[in-house]
Write a protein that binds this ligand. Structure first.
Ligand SMILES: Cc1cc2nc3c(=O)[nH]c(=O)nc-3n(C[C@H](O)[C@H](O)[C@H](O)COP(=O)(O)O)c2cc1C
Length: 167
């Protein structure tokens, strides 16, 4: 079945991951952009984005095309903000709840070092509507740095790509 990766990325880590995943799995990509951009520098970056994520905001999205009937599966990809997923993902899901019904769902999250598991659980619960809900596929990627290159990330992405190709 055809898969769409719906993603939001402030600083392009998630964007790069999604592009790799699409290349390896044959999935299509849909990048979300907010009408009012989140700050990407200084303290405001963390304050504004973190507060918005914690408050469960649904910022207005720039126009996008979601041909729901074309896809059997949707992967939601997001950075972790304040131990949860980002508001634009919430906006998209709220706008398309009915059209997402019955589809195979998955998640891909990128974080820096804390709260990744929590964010994964929150997105899982939000998408399934149940505390014990399950997604068909999940990948949690810790942003690589010089001290900790996270070599297993490539494997995680490959595993997700393989799953997408075969479902
Ligand atoms: C507003 C904000 C809040 C963040 N909160 C967390 C957090 O709680 N835990 C964490 O490990 N990283 C946190 N990060 C770091 C991002 O999750 C991480 O850098 C991610 O890979 C960025 O993806 P992007 O480049 O696609 O935006 C935060 C970043 C921002 C901007």
């Amino acid at each position: 079945m055809k898969t769409l990766i719906v993603y939001y990325s402030l600083e392009n880590h998630v964007k790069q991951l999604c592009e790799k995943l699409a290349e390896r799995s044959g999935a299509d990509l849909l990048q979300l952009h907010t009408v009012k951009p989140y700050p990407s520098t200084g303290a405001a970056k963390f304050l504004v984005g973190g507060k918005s994520a914690l408050a469960g905001e649904t910022p207005k999205l720039q126009p996008y095309i979601f041909n729901a009937e074309k896809y059997g599966a949707v992967i939601f990809a997001s950075p972790v903000w304040a131990s949860t997923f980002t508001p634009p993902i919430r906006s998209f899901v709220e706008e398309n709840r009915d059209r997402l019904k019955g589809k195979t769902l998955g998640s891909l999250l990128s974080y820096k070092g804390g709260g990744g598991d929590k964010a994964q659980a929150k997105l899982r619960e939000y998408l399934t509507g149940r505390k014990d809900g399950k997604l068909k596929a999940e990948a949690l990627i810790c942003e690589p740095n010089k001290k900790d290159p996270h070599t297993e990330n490539a494997q995680k992405l490959d595993n997700l790509a393989r799953l997408i190709k075969t479902w």
